[in-house]
Design a binder for this molecule. Structure first.
Ligand code: MSP
Length: 685
């Protein structure tokens, strides 16, 4: 019997315009689902849309349509994007689905019947603008911290789920399951948060105030709080009530992917809800990091939301999937930049992987009739290539199983580079010239085999290009079999086909992206193209807390700190005037560069004249006063840090466009560099 694998994404707010953050989680789930399918496993990959709540109701009212009509239309933006990104989900749940609503009502009724839900007064400062309650200490000058508008003290009857009752069980679960919450940093945050009391959870909203929700089965004057409703999607779509056989295979899920901002709801709320329902939590909740855009928080008001549709138009789905999954570590925050996208596309997809495939197939076509040639006896270099293939495949698998997508792609690119180096050092052109056909055939066969391994591993990330490469090699369907890494699996005599380059090299940003960038900077967005901005605070989660009034109150649910960013403190000491705030520092734009040429300055002994690649179309000329410490030839190839927004100056007759960072005062002692190579143009902060 095949093994089962279940993975879920959060269900996205239907009002939101889908952006790269949503695409990131969904593509991550798709990549690992595809890998499991390639292993022959039975997969249940669930995604969907969150369709209830005040904002949806208001948006529908503004458009003059019913909320149902509104969500019927809007959820298609997500479905259409997933189709364009080749996301193969198994179920798409909408919280307005009749099946989901029936599950929510039945669960509520059962919990109510068992005394897990009770009625009490909910009291707090209510902001109509922000549609939420605040505590006294949240308020700023007595007003709503979100909208700045007045708040009113509201006391109303509501229903509460006895969340606090399960706090110890939750702590014990966390302790006993080290992999339950990942990455480790998020697990530690949760351990810290659970040291505080866990209160009960208000799970209702009076219909009089907010009607667009699932009515409580035991009191139709109320609708269900959106998070209680939304979290149940994971089991309603998996068939908890309508298909218990399938459900038994699908739950607990292997992975639930989520952004770091919704960790509390998925651990504290969802974990305790599952305990109350007599179910186990998923095996792993992975809270990934957030994307900023060109150094800034991505937000509608800044106008810098990156539309994945635009990237698909410009580069195709495969390149977008690949760059999203490789540009940052899964658990970490990362910055999306169009320039970095292009650099990675060219460096890895066009120049490395695409180039390997193109040269292997074209040389075989030119000299060996375009069919998979015969192997010759292994030599040391061939054995080294086989070893590199085995290492890369096992490293790749290790990484994907740990959701280390970037690590997996690194293993893949390392293998492709090893293939290119093998070709360079074996020199098939020389073997052809010398008429050594047996060796030529052996070398090209191994290179083609390596392309098969790379093509197979890249398929979950780039499903179209991966399958296309395997087709060109006559390699059949992509499958993750135990013999994948072996360099003798292609059918000898199989017909090869060259085709156009898989990933054509792009000399500049595609016109559609250029146009969008120009439009955005004309509108004042993408300020950070000139100046780096600090990392933003993550979106605050909006948990519904237990009542505040001491007579009826249960302790509030713990808050998990989601962001490391704090506002810089106002300087207090006398030296404070010499200190700068972050905004001052942020004016200095630093980039990684690579020295491509270095020569003595024609008119000054202490100066060197360098050409430094900072990721732009042309390297910059930079004049540096480092001739006392460095000979020009020592610097070529060195990774340096460049101040790129310094006004150009003429230094002894040569214009200098930037400055290099170096240690030392008057006398330079060492150049500042990075501990690992990064692409020229990478932002330094
Ligand atoms: N509807 C809730 C989830 C309910 S799940 C039972 C929700 N929706 S959301 O649309 O606001 O966010 C969905 C996901 O998108 C979250 O995991 C969130 O972290 C993620 N992202 C939103 N902006 C993001 C970035 N800028 N970067 C990466 N992911 C981001 O919350």
């Amino acid at each position: 019997m095949s093994q089962h694998f279940t993975i879920t994404t959060p269900i996205y707010y239907v009002n939101d315009v889908p952006h790269i953050g949503h695409s990131y989680t969904t593509v991550a789930a798709d990549v690992i689902s595809r890998l499991h399918r390639m292993r022959g496993h039975e997969v249940f990959f669930l995604t969907g849309t969150d369709e209830h709540g005040q904002k949806v109701l208001e948006a529908a009212n503004r458009r003059g349509v019913t909320p149902q009509q509104h969500t019927d239309e809007l959820h298609l933006r997500f479905k259409n994007l997933w189709a364009r990104l080749d996301v193969q989900y198994d179920a798409f749940v909408r919280t307005t689905d009749a099946k989901h609503q029936a599950v929510v009502r039945r669960v509520l009724q059962e919990l109510h019947d068992r005394g897990e839900i009770y009625q009490a007064t909910y009291a707090g400062w209510y902001s109509t603008a922000a549609e939420r309650f605040w505590t006294e200490k949240d308020l700023i000058d007595g007003k709503c911290p979100d909208s700045g508008l007045p708040v009113e003290w509201v006391e109303e009857m509501n229903y509460f789920f006895k969340m606090g009752k399960y706090a110890d069980q939750l702590r014990a679960w966390l302790e006993a399951h080290p992999d339950w919450v990942r990455p480790e940093s998020r697990r530690n945050e949760l351990i810290g948060a659970l040291k505080k009391d866990v209160g009960d959870l208000c799970i209702s909203r009076p219909k009089a105030r907010m009607s667009w929700g699932i009515p409580l089965p035991f009191d139709e004057e109320y609708v269900t709080y959106v998070w209680f409703d939304a979290l149940l999607n994971y089991v309603s779509a998996a068939g908890i009530h309508d298909d218990p056989v399938a459900f038994a295979k699908r739950w607990p899920a292997d992975f639930q992917l989520l952004g770091k901002d919704i960790l509390t709801t998925h651990t504290v709320y969802w974990g305790t809800m599952l305990f109350a329902m007599g179910l186990e939590p998923a095996r792993c909740l992975y809270a990934h990091g957030w994307w900023t855009v060109e150094g800034q928080k991505m937000s509608k008001s800044l106008g810098n939301v990156v539309d994945p549709n635009l990237l698909v138009d410009a580069y195709g789905p495969d390149a977008l999937r690949y760059v999203l999954m490789s540009e940052k570590g899964f658990g970490a925050d990362g910055d999306f930049s169009h320039k970095a996208f292009l650099l990675r596309y060219n460096a890895e997809l066009a120049n490395d992987i695409g180039n390997l495939a193109h040269r292997a197939i074209s040389m075989t076509e030119k000299w060996l009739g375009g069919v998979v040639p015969a192997l010759d006896a292994d030599r040391d270099e061939d054995r080294a290539l086989s070893a590199a293939s085995a290492t890369a495949v096992s490293r790749f698998m290790e990484c994907v199983d740990a959701l280390d997508y970037r690590g997996a792609i690194e293993a893949l690119v390392t293998l492709s580079s090893a293939g290119n180096k093998y070709v360079d050092s074996m020199g098939p052109w020389a073997l052809n010239k010398a008429g050594d056909t047996a060796r030529l055939a052996g070398v090209l066969r191994r290179t083609l085999e390596l392309c098969r391994v790379v093509g197979t591993l890249i398929t979950p990330f780039c499903p179209n290009k991966g399958a296309e490469l395997l087709r060109r090699l006559s390699a059949g369907e992509p499958r993750l079999t135990d013999d994948l890494a072996q360099l003798d699996r292609l059918p000898e005599g199989g017909v090869l086909s060259l085709g156009d380059p898989l990933f054509p090299r792009l000399d500049e940003l595609p016109p559609a992206i250029q146009a969008a960038l120009e439009k955005a900077s004309a509108g004042g967005a993408l300020r950070s193209l000139q100046v780096n901005a600090p990392m933003p605070a993550a979106k605050a989660e909006k948990p519904a807390k237990a009542p505040k009034s001491p007579a009826k109150a249960a302790p509030a649910a713990p808050e998990v700190k989601m962001s490391e960013t704090t506002t810089p403190a106002t300087p207090a000491s006398p030296e404070a005037s010499a200190q700068i705030v972050y905004d001052d520092f942020a004016k200095v734009q630093l980039r990684a560069g690579r020295v491509v040429e270095a020569a003595r300055h024609p008119n000054a002994d202490r100066l060197l004249q360098l050409k430094v690649d900072v990721g732009e179309a042309e390297p910059r000329t930079i004049v540096a006063g480092i001739a006392d410490r460095y000979a020009p030839e020592e610097l070529v190839g060195l990774q340096v840090i460049v101040v790129v927004n310094l006004k150009p100056v003429k230094l002894r007759g040569v214009m200098s466009h930037g400055m290099l960072l170096a240690a030392g005062g008057e006398g330079v002692r060492a150049m500042v560099t990075t501990t690992a190579p990064v692409e020229p143009g990478t932002i330094i902060r």
